[in-house]
Ligand binder design. Structure first.
Ligand code: BES
Ligand code: ZN
Ligand code: ZN
Length: 495
């Protein structure tokens, strides 16, 4: 799909459809919409007074052969209340318009920006909405529908805004393409995406993007004594990998901060010997979403070139219940030297993150963010709406939350009082990998990871509820969402 800036006026631009958005107010026909209403001879006012055009969020009004416009159709999308309008709303409008027009076999349309945001922010949000909206999960369907948007022209930016619009458009393209790169990985089934295949794909991405990459194989992992990661991998025949991708800014200075992005990549989580129920187990191919997110972030950073060094560390393994699998009660020694009593083999994400974080610290990271589909309990707490946020350092956590707000990703911080730490005190080892039956499952998981973080400022994102859309949205296909990539790119860029 091509996205271009079109200097022609929206009225004289010939296209299959002209799309714009309408705010929800007592009279939605105002400003630009009133201008269009004049061309169409007052038709919009009529529709609005009949109650069919209100501006309610994602309401669709489609007119054919609108008088006074060269476009074959006019699509008005509701933008909701003006004072709540932001980049997230605009992104959804662009994505929903694209998906709706695509389903009608339209191939080209124009998107007209209305008021509400700076040119750069608007162009970025529209590009992100269009590109993430266009993503489909039909890779393995043999009869793909011939429905494809070929080009979208952005109209309505004035000549003096051209530079800002171009800048926003480019940034949006980079971020959304990277988000789709992540979603594509998450969508892969586990027979197509083993830890070794993930490592190969990460290596190819890094080489293409110009990032340094180091893949640790099972021998190297053993020589580093990553006993927690190995204990998960021992349940099946597929060897684990640790993927290390590094972005170094051209003006890198010794002693400057280094951000570590650690992502859980369990390419399939059966639960191991503490096996999961069959119902819905197929979804556990997405248990590598945290790792895929960090790889997508690294891909975007390579193009955006922020001025801080970033190291992505992705531990990758399957969690299988084979004859060689670890068993409940087994005691493992992590790379850090801490001993862990594995009471439940399904709490494997925290085990692999423990060693990955120890390794990231050895590489010299000064600030850490991890992302993981860590707990079912986060779905109980926050449903599929908010990412769960946990932190050891409020300044660092606040930075992340500010980035989430700026990019319109919903995230919610949960508490990490010392009392919760008691839940994972070990009976027979230093710590145990599940809490002792008092609820607070997501916090317990976070506390387990924190045991390996030490004094390094750290934020943990539990994306188990938000990395996968169980139902299609008007602006996004069913399946992987790529959640938290935008926040992390913003966090690093504004560091
Ligand atoms: N990958 C799962 C998290 C998960 C569970 C995501 C259900 C989505 C739905 C993770 O490895 C896991 O199994 N966690 C356990 C932890 C428990 C044993 C303490 C869970 O949440 O049930
Ligand atoms: Zn599990
Ligand atoms: Zn898991």
């Amino acid at each position: 799909m091509q996205i271009t800036l079109e200097p022609k006026s929206y009225a004289s631009f010939e296209t299959d459809a002209l799309v714009t958005y309408v705010f929800e107010e007592s009279d939605p026909v105002q400003g630009r919409i009133a201008e269009i209403d004049k061309s169409v001879g007052g038709l919009l006012k009529k529709i609005a007074s009949g109650g069919e055009l209100t501006g309610k969020a994602l309401e669709f009004t489609l007119l054919h052969a609108p008088a006074g416009l060269e476009a074959a159709r006019l699509l008005l999308v509701g933008a909701g209340k003006r004072d709540q309008f932001n980049v997230a709303t605009l992104r959804k409008i662009a994505g929903a318009a694209l998906r709706s027009l695509k389903s009608k076999s339209i191939r080209n349309f124009a998107f007209l920006t209305n008021e509400g945001l700076s040119t750069e922010d608007a162009a970025q949000a529209i590009a992100e909405g269009l590109i993430t909206g266009d993503f489909e999960t039909d890779k393995y369907k043999t009869d793909k529908k011939d429905k494809k948007i070929e080009s979208v022209a952005l109209v309505g930016f004035s000549d003096s805004d051209k530079f800002a619009a171009e800048k926003g458009l480019n940034r949006g393209r980079i971020i959304a393409d990277s988000q789709n790169f992540t979603r594509d990985l998450v969508n892969e089934p586990s027979n197509k995406l083993t830890p070794r295949v993930l490592a190969e794909k990460a290596e190819a991405m890094a080489k293409e993007a110009g990032l340094a990459v180091d893949i640790l194989d099972e021998k190297k992992i053993a020589s580093l004594k990553m006993g927690a990661l190995l204990s998960v991998a021992q349940g099946g025949p597929e060897p684990p990998r640790v993927i290390v991708v590094t972005y170094t800014p051209s003006n890198a200075k010794p002693g400057a901060p280094v951000i570590g992005l650690v992502g859980k990549a369990v390419t399939f989580d059966t639960g191991g010997i503490s096996i999961k129920p069959a119902d819905g187990m197929e979804k556990m191919k997405y248990d590598m979403a945290g790792g895929a997110t960090m790889l997508g972030v690294m891909r975007a950073l390579a193009a955006l070139k922020p001025s801080v060094k970033v190291i992505g560390v992705v531990p990758a393994t399957e969690n299988m219940p084979g004859g060689t699998a670890q068993k409940p009660g087994d005691i493992q020694t992590a790379m850090s030297g801490k001993t862990i009593e594995v009471l439940n083999t399904d709490a494997e994400g925290r085990l692999i993150l423990a060693d990955a974080i120890t390794y990231a610290k050895q590489l010299g990271v000064t600030h850490i963010v991890d992302a993981a589909t860590l707990t079912g309990a986060i779905v109980v707490a926050l449903a599929n709406i908010n990412v769960g946020v946990f932190g050891s350092d409020q300044t660092w956590t606040d930075k992340l939350l500010a980035s989430a707000k700026a990019t319109g990703e919903k995230m919610w911080q949960l508490p990490m009082d010392d009392e919760y730490r008691e839940f994972i005190k070990g009976s027979f080892a230093d710590i145990q990998n599940i809490g002792s039956g008092k609820g607070g499952g997501s916090i317990t998981g976070a506390w387990f990871i924190r045991e390996f973080v030490g004094d390094t400022p750290w934020v943990h994102l539990d994306i188990a509820g938000t990395a996968w859309n169980d139902d299609a949205k008007p602006f996004l296909a069913k399946g992987p969402t790529g959640v938290s990539l935008r926040t992390l790119v913003h966090l690093v860029s504004s560091f």
